[in-house]
Design a protein around this ligand. Structure first.
Ligand SMILES: [Zn+2]
Ligand SMILES: [Zn+2]
Length: 278
C-alpha cells in the first residue's frame, strides 16, 4: 500500500510568513450513495427507450412538415412547463405530509424530502441512477411503452413526444434540484449558464425555498411555474379563503391526516393564513 506523507518543513519554509489558510471545504453530511447495478440498468433502459422514441418519431414523419414540427414543439414545451408545476406539487406533498400517513413504499420518499431540509447537501453525493431510482421505476416502463407507440402509432406523435419529455423531466428535475445545491465550481460553466437563463432551476430561487420556512418556491425543474403556485390566489367557494393552491393543499392535508403540515409549523401565521385567508 502506498502511504503518502506530508512534506517536512525546512528552515526556509518555517521562517516564511504564513499565508492565510485556504477556505474550509464545504462540509457534507452523508457519504456517496452509489447506484446499484439494477438502478443503473433501469436508468440506461430509460435512455435507450427515449432514443428509440426519437428515432420512431423521425421515422414516422413527425417533423416532416412545418405544421407537424410546430405541433411537436408545442407538445414538448407544454410538457416541460407541465412537468415543472408537477414537481412543485409532488415536492409540496412530500415535504408536508406526515410520513406514517402514507403507504409503506412512499414513506421513505417523504422522510427523504423532509430530511433534506435539515441536510441540504445530502442530494449532492448521490449518483444519478440512485437519486432518481424511485421515479425511474415508473418512468422507464412508461418510456418503453412510448417507444413502442412512436413506431406503431405515428398519428399520436405529439402526445408521444409530450409524454416522453414529461417522463424525462420527472427524472431530470431531481438532478436539477441536486445541481441547485452545488457550488458554481462543482457545476461548471454549462450548468451555471443553464441555471442563469432558467433552463434549470436557479440556485437563488431554490435557496429561497429553503430560506423562508419551506412555504413557497416548490417547483424544481426550472421554477417558472412558482409564479402560478405562489402568487395565484383563488376561492373554492364564494366565502372560502382566497389563497394559493399550496395553502389549499395544506388545508386538505390538515383535514386528512389530522395534524399540521410541516410548512405551518415552520412559518408562524401560515396556518391562519391558509385557513382564513388573513
Ligand atoms: Zn422542500
Ligand atoms: Zn433543496
Amino acid at each position: 500500500m502506498k502511504i503518502q506523507t506530508a512534506p517536512q518543513p525546512t528552515l526556509r519554509t518555517l521562517n516564511k510568513p504564513q499565508s492565510p489558510p485556504p477556505p474550509a471545504p464545504i462540509q457534507d453530511t452523508v457519504e456517496i450513495e452509489r447506484a446499484t447495478p439494477m438502478q443503473k440498468a433501469i436508468a440506461y433502459t430509460g435512455v435507450a427507450c427515449t432514443a428509440a422514441t426519437v428515432a420512431g418519431l423521425i421515422h414516422g414523419g413527425a417533423f416532416a412538415s412545418v405544421g407537424s414540427g410546430l405541433a411537436m414543439a408545442g407538445a414538448m414545451v407544454g410538457s416541460y412547463v407541465l412537468a415543472d408545476i408537477s414537481t412543485g406539487l409532488v415536492h409540496h406533498f412530500l415535504d408536508n405530509v406526515r410520513p406514517d400517513f402514507l403507504p409503506k413504499w412512499m414513506q421513505r420518499h417523504a422522510h427523504d424530502f423532509q430530511n433534506h431540509h435539515d441536510h441540504p447537501r445530502d442530494v449532492v453525493h448521490r449518483e444519478f441512477a440512485n437519486h432518481t431510482a424511485g421515479t425511474q421505476v415508473f418512468t422507464t416502463p412508461m418510456l418503453a411503452a412510448l417507444a413502442a407507440t412512436s413506431w406503431t402509432l405515428p398519428a399520436l406523435a405529439p402526445l408521444t413526444a409530450g409524454l416522453t419529455v414529461f417522463a424525462n423531466c420527472a427524472n431530470l428535475a431531481q438532478e436539477f434540484h441536486r445541481r441547485a445545491h452545488m457550488s458554481d465550481a462543482e457545476n461548471g460553466p454549462v450548468i451555471k449558464t443553464a441555471q442563469k437563463v432558467g433552463l434549470m432551476v436557479p440556485k437563488k430561487l431554490h435557496a429561497a425555498h429553503h430560506g423562508t420556512g419551506h412555504n413557497s418556491k416548490y417547483a424544481l425543474l426550472n421554477g417558472i411555474t412558482n409564479k402560478v403556485l405562489d402568487d395565484f390566489e383563488f376561492r373554492l367557494t364564494p366565502n372560502g379563503p382566497k389563497t394559493n393552491l399550496l395553502r389549499k393543499m395544506e388545508v386538505g392535508l390538515y383535514k386528512l391526516q389530522g395534524s399540521d403540515p410541516n410548512a405551518w409549523t415552520e412559518t408562524p401565521g401560515l396556518k391562519e393564513r391558509a385557513l382564513t385567508g388573513k
